[in-house]
Design a protein around this ligand. Structure first.
Ligand code: ADP
Ligand code: MG
Length: 226
C-alpha cells in the first residue's frame, strides 16, 4: 500500500503576544491509502491544527506534508486550494453549513467553486444526499434539519468532489450517542468503499473501531497503535 498522507517533522507555532504556542511540535506520520485512522487526545493538544494542515487549510511553520505523494511545501494558495478541492473532503463538528441554502445547494457548493454546470451539480448533489439517506430532505434548510441530518448533509458535501481522503474533526461531538453511531456507520461504509479516513474523536469506543489510533498530546504523537 502507498501513503495517502505523509508528515515529516511538521511543526505549527503561533505567536501570541510575546509567547509562542507550539500547537504542533515535530510530528512525523505516514497514513496509508484506504486506512481508517482515529486521532485522539485532550482538548488543546493540537488535533484540529493537525487536521487543518493535512487538509491544506493551513501551512506548517516547518516540515513537509505530502498528499497522495505530492509535496505541498512551497505551494501557493491556489495550488493548495486545488489539492483541497480535488483530494480532500472535510467534515467539521458544527457542520459549517450555509444557513440560507437548502441541503441540495449546500451539497452542490464545492462543484460551483469547481465550475461545474448547474444541471450536473444538481444531479450529483441529489445522488450524494440519497447516499446519506436524505433524499426526502433536499429542499430543507439547515434550521429545518436535526443535528444528525445536518451532519449527513455535511458528509454529502464532502463527498461530492469524490475525494480520496476524508478528514472529520469531531464529527459526532455535537450529536447524541445514537445519532453519533449513525454518522460513524456512514464513515465505516465510506472506508469500505475505499476512502482514506482520518477521524478526530473524544469517544474512545468510536476510536477503538478504527484500524489505527494515534494519541496526540502537547503537539506531539504520544502513541500510535494499530
Ligand atoms: N489561531 C490560533 N492562534 C493561537 N493559538 C492557537 C490557534 N489555534 C490553535 N491554537 C492553540 O494551539 C493549541 C492546539 O489547538 P487545537 O489544534 O485547536 O487543539 P485541539 O483540536 O486538540 O483541541 C492550543 O493550545 C490552542 O490554544
Ligand atoms: Mg479541535
Amino acid at each position: 500500500m502507498s501513503e495517502a498522507i505523509l508528515l515529516d517533522g511538521v511543526t505549527r507555532f503561533y505567536e501570541v503576544g510575546d509567547t509562542t504556542v507550539h500547537a504542533l511540535d515535530g510530528v512525523s506520520l505516514a497514513i496509508e491509502e484506504k486506512s481508517f485512522t482515529a486521532i485522539v487526545g485532550p482538548s488543546g493538544s493540537g488535533k484540529s491544527t493537525l487536521m487543518a494542515l493535512i487538509g491544506c487549510l493551513d501551512v506548517p511553520t516547518s516540515g513537509r506534508i505530502l498528499i497522495d505523494g505530492e509535496d505541498t511545501s512551497g505551494m501557493d494558495d491556489d495550488e493548495l486550494a486545488y489539492i483541497r478541492n480535488r483530494k480532500i473532503g472535510f467534515v467539521f463538528q458544527h457542520f459549517s453549513l450555509l444557513p440560507k441554502l437548502s441541503a441540495l445547494d449546500n451539497v452542490s457548493l464545492p462543484l460551483l467553486y469547481r465550475g461545474t454546470g448547474s444541471r450536473e451539480r444538481r444531479e450529483k448533489a441529489e445522488e450524494m444526499l440519497e447516499r446519506v439517506g436524505l433524499k426526502d430532505r433536499m429542499k430543507h434548510r439547515p434550521s429545518e434539519l436535526s443535528g444528525g441530518q445536518k451532519q449527513r448533509v455535511a458528509i454529502a458535501r464532502a463527498l461530492i468532489t469524490e475525494p480520496a481522503i476524508i478528514l472529520a474533526d469531531e464529527p459526532t461531538g455535537a450529536l447524541d450517542s445514537a445519532t453519533g453511531r449513525e454518522v460513524m456507520d456512514i464513515f465505516h461504509s465510506l472506508h469500505r468503499e475505499g476512502h482514506t479516513i482520518v477521524l478526530v474523536t473524544h469517544d474512545q469506543k468510536l476510536a477503538s473501531e478504527c484500524s489505527r489510533m494515534i494519541g496526540i498530546k502537547d503537539g506531539r504523537v504520544e502513541y500510535d497503535a494499530s
